[in-house]
Design a protein around this ligand. Structure first.
Ligand SMILES: CC(C)=CCC/C(C)=C/CC/C(C)=C/COP(=O)(O)OP(=O)(O)O
Length: 482
């Protein structure tokens, strides 16, 4: 089901009535008590100081039953979370989607629960697989998953013929329709349509968990009103995913999808234009350009990796993925040194010249100053904006142009003019890029307690500056480049 539909169903009114309708009335209390007992047993079996994540925690009812446990909740519905906060005022309650990967939670939680068939709201079997994989990834080495599962065939006495329609068979009343592995529940009393929920047989759910856990069991609730609910308990996570580094790859570490196409590829146009304006021999132009591109790629890899290394703590606070968090400190240092060496090796070996080397040094310094404390320009207002725009666009443009210009003793005026306009244009592209980035990241930065240029201003003001000043100047300069 789409997020917006879930938000619509689980609104404030639904949240306020949820516990009474689905957990605490005569029809449901016996099952809720059984679940509470099972959670208590599982927490007990895990050992000292277990950490529990209740996925799709809803009103936080179950979380509130265990005030002595270190616990957190994740839910997609702000209204449900609002109610959950009243019941659990001092614990992390995160608004989010259980389909998101969240590498920062890898192997973090000793108990993962997902109550009352919330997994059925996925939109496809692939998504269901993803959700189970997430649960497994988030489970610690000693951890356990607890998932009450829906078995449509068991909701009534004996087998049902599909498609099957029935009235008033569950705690919430209303119309139930089972259509094979899809079911829908029209909650007539509250006018809510829980449509096309995915409900595979419990055996299928067992096999999904079996991919990740050695010991997967179905436990049965007490028979009540002729029906008997079930839950999956999965223990002993398999080694394959025990190791968080299994999911770690170099692209994630250097965040190449954020710069390869958008920041490196445009530099080629600068190299082409300079080659044409300077009428350089193809071999010289190609070798010089490739050397410069190798160095600038290393700068980008270094800059993004270093930024993540410096943001590990704040990203954790804002619940943002951060691949560098999974590395040992010596691995972080080694990778940074590697990208530094590659960046300088090629220009030094090919004698690219003094000006290109000075620009390269500046290009390594800018992201360092942007990210590393105590200077950490990112948190110093306009300096953060200027250093990122210069580091990601202005200096790389000059660095690609400079070695080509230095191939001719006396570069023509039009090549110098082109370089000047292209560099200024790149700077404005960079200004727009970092302003938009800080705008999109504003909520995360505020959550993590980071003060940036944009968090100190109204978002509308910054957007107005982008629309009325930065972008028009950028377009004007593009005209000059062309
Ligand atoms: C050649 C080239 C492309 C060089 C780039 C060098 C450079 C300026 C790197 C810093 C990149 C970065 C992640 C900025 C935003 O950080 P943030 O901490 O504000 O945002 P985040 O949360 O996304 O990390």
């Amino acid at each position: 089901m789409k997020k917006k539909h879930i938000h619509k169903i689980y609104d404030r009114n639904y949240a306020q009535n949820y516990n009474q309708r689905f957990l605490l009335n005569d029809l449901s209390k016996i099952d809720a008590d059984f679940e509470q007992e099972t959670i208590a047993q599982l927490l007990d079996e895990i050992g000292d100081n277990p950490q529990w994540l209740d996925v799709a925690c809803g009103t936080g009812y179950f979380l509130s039953c265990f005030p002595e446990i270190k616990r957190a909740g994740l839910d997609i519905s702000p209204a449900m979370l609002e109610t959950a906060r009243q019941a659990n005022p001092s614990i992390p309650l995160i608004q989010g989607d259980y389909r998101d990967k969240r590498p920062e939670w890898e192997s973090k939680w000793d108990l993962i629960s997902c109550m009352f068939w919330a997994y059925c709201y996925v939109e496809s079997f692939s998504e269901l697989e993803l959700v189970v994989a997430n649960f497994a990834n988030w489970t610690s080495e000693r951890g356990v998953c607890f998932l009450p599962v829906c078995d449509p065939a068991e909701l009534r006495h004996g087998e049902i013929v599909l498609p099957y329609t029935s009235r008033n068979m569950g705690a919430g009343g209303g119309l139930y329709r089972f259509e094979g592995i899809i079911w829908s529940w029209i909650d007539e009393e509250f006018g809510k349509h829980h449509l096309n929920l995915i409900v595979p047989q419990p055996e299928y759910m067992l096999s999904l968990f079996g991919k990740f856990f050695e010991d997967v069991k179905i436990i049965n609730y007490a028979i009540f009103n002729g029906a008997q609910r079930k839950a999956i308990v999965a223990r002993s996570k398999k080694r394959r995913i025990d190791n968080p580094k299994a999911n770690l790859n170099i692209q994630k570490l250097i965040r190449s999808q954020e710069w390869w196409l958008y920041k490196i590829a445009p530099l080629l146009t600068i190299a082409y234009a300079e080659t044409l304006l300077l009428q350089l021999p193809p071999t010289t132009a190609t070798l010089t350009t490739l050397t410069a591109l190798l160095s600038i790629t290393s700068v980008a890899a270094y800059g993004y990796l270093l930024n993540d290394i410096c943001d590990i703590e704040t990203d954790q606070k804002a619940n943002k993925p951060n691949a560098a968090a999974q590395l040992q400190p010596w691995q972080r240092l080694l990778l940074c040194l590697l990208f530094l060496s590659i960046g300088f090796a090629a220009p030094l070996l090919t004698h690219l010249g003094t000006i290109p080397l000075a620009l390269l040094t500046a290009n390594y310094l800018l992201p360092t100053l942007y990210s590393v404390p105590p200077l950490r320009l990112k948190e110093r207002g306009i300096w953060g904006i200027l250093s990122d725009a210069a580091g990601a666009h202005l200096v790389p443009t000059l660095f690609v142009a400079a070695p080509l210009l230095s191939q001719t003793p006396d570069p023509p005026r039009n090549a110098l003019l082109f370089t000047g306009i292209a560099a200024t244009h790149a700077f404005f592209v960079g200004l727009r890029g970092i302003l938009l980035h800080q705008l999109w990241d504003r909520a995360n930065d505020l959550n993590a307690g980071i003060t940036t240029f944009v968090t100190q201003r109204q978002p509308e003001t910054v957007q107005r500056w982008i629309n009325r000043l930065v972008f028009p100047v950028e377009l004007l300069l593009l005209g000059g480049v062309l």
